[in-house]
Design a protein around this ligand. Structure first.
Ligand code: FAD
Length: 405
């Protein structure tokens, strides 16, 4: 494998078939640009990246004429978010007043969402999705990225590209290979990810349960709950050492209606540790390369907004680069404009997440029963208060709209 393989040459090579990569690939292909998306796994069937499709994303699907079709896929709808603090329930966010067509969060396994978008993109002959192709490095000439090196099921290849876009998530090879400097915020929490059965009559809406030094989030996936059990970073070995029974009891103590279902957790293999990171690149681009989504700014699961932000990056990138790419290439100035336009909204969102981590850290360090703070009681009793968090979570700080055709 010496020379780049010209038969693979493309205008835009996107590394990573997550929400940012597939949406961007779809939008660029739809606008008539030749695009190849590389995804290192053979399918989208992975259980760890969040299932939330937010109102602003549903609005993007509406603008693309795809909303109705999308909502025929199995999903559940959340029109409000609540928190159960020390046994008392509080309505935190109400999406029903948002100025969009779908006033709810759609909960759908992410593989269904990605399969849907990829199938829509496949209608365009200039769209190529290479599953099971893993980028291993960047092709570079005189400091300019000129494409991607990848391992494929048939061996290594070199893919020439006018523009490479890193959508390869928190551990992006793109940003490492381009030596883009990273600022790490440091995060005090991790998430244990597990499933528990859901029974008829169980709560339907998104719920976080806070008590006895624990925060447990339940995501309704119809016949089961996807459970996020928040722990202080680095404490999983101690939790394991205390034994499965103690772990089961800690869930039941905080979420009493799950009593007798936790016996399903009969092996630590059923409990995955997901590490949380929040970081951002100082510079999202270098000549021939742009990073977006978690590759440019890894998001925490707090607020379930990372997918939304990654998709908004993708829409903004397509809006801003389509004209240049149709004309042949995007200049370093074009690439820098994407960061300039998006970074304030992204950084402010990360600041909110970092603040939330501090609050969570306090919760995790108080093993006793929690008393709901007075401020929470006052705020949630103000008429219309729920619309503010709904805007932040549901639309984000800088909602995007489709400007390409
Ligand atoms: C525990 C946890 C739970 C979360 N829950 C939520 C949630 O409920 N809602 C929400 O909105 N956000 C959630 N987030 C945040 C969210 O996962 C991310 O912000 C979002 O997935 C970013 O999308 P992305 O497309 O930029 O990157 P990713 O989703 O990380 O996608 C990157 C893709 O690139 C592929 N890839 C990586 N390296 C290569 C390579 N070398 N070659 C080819 N392909 C490659 C990966 O396989 C992956 O498909 C959560 C995060 C964590 C850690």
């Amino acid at each position: 494998m010496d020379a780049p393989d010209q038969s693979l040459a493309t205008t835009t090579c996107i590394i990573g078939g997550g929400p940012a990569g597939i949406m961007l690939g779809f939008l660029l292909a739809r606008a008539g640009i030749h695009v190849t998306v590389l995804e290192k796994y053979k399918d989208f069937f992975r259980d760890f990246r969040g299932d939330t499709i937010h109102p602003s994303t549903l609005e993007i699907l509406y603008e693309l004429g795809l909303l109705e079709k999308f909502l025929t896929l199995p999903h559940s709808q959340i029109s409000e978010l609540s928190a159960n603090v020390g046994g008392e329930q509080f309505r935190i966010a109400d999406f029903t007043h948002l100025p969009v067509h779908a006033k709810f969060i759609a909960l759908m396994p992410q593989w269904d969402f990605l399969n849907f978008l990829a199938a829509e993109a496949a209608h365009y002959p200039n769209f190529t999705l290479r599953m099971g192709w893993e980028a291993t490095g960047l092709l570079q000439q005189n400091g300019i990225t000129t494409g991607v090196e990848a391992n494929t099921p048939n061996g290594p290849v070199k893919i020439p590209a006018h523009l490479t876009i890193g959508c390869d998530g928190r551990h992006a090879i793109s940003r490492v290979a381009a030596h883009l400097p990273l600022i790490d915020y440091g995060v005090p929490i991790d998430v244990l990810w597990l499933r528990l059965p859901r029974h008829p009559g169980d709560p339907e809406y998104g719920l976080g349960y806070i008590n006895y030094g624990r925060l447990i989030v339940l995501i309704n996936r119809n016949d089961y709950y996807q459970v996020g059990y928040i722990v202080a970073k680095g404490t999983f070995p101690q939790i394991q050492a205390a034994g499965l029974q103690a772990f089961q009891q800690s869930i039941e103590r905080v979420v009493p209606f799950l009593a007798r279902r936790t016996a399903e957790l009969d092996s630590w293999d059923k409990i995955k540790l997901l590490t949380v990171e929040v970081n951002r690149l100082k510079q999202w681009s270098s000549p021939g390369l742009l990073c977006i989504g978690d590759a440019a700014h890894a998001m925490s699961p707090v607020g379930g907004i990372g997918i939304n932000i990654a998709l908004q990056d993708a829409v903004a990138t397509a809006n801003m680069l389509t004209e240049s790419l149709l004309a042949g290439a995007a200049t370093p100035h074009d690439l820098a404009r994407v960061q300039h336009y998006r970074e304030r909204a992204v950084h402010n969102t990360q600041r909110v997440q970092v603040f939330a981590h501090r609050v969570l850290n306090k919760i995790l360090n108080n093993p006793g029963p929690v008393k709901p703070p007075l401020l929470l009681k006052i705020l949630t009793s103000i008429p219309g208060f729920q619309q503010l968090p709904a805007r932040f979570v549901g639309l984000g700080l800088q909602p995007q709209h489709i400007k390409t055709t």
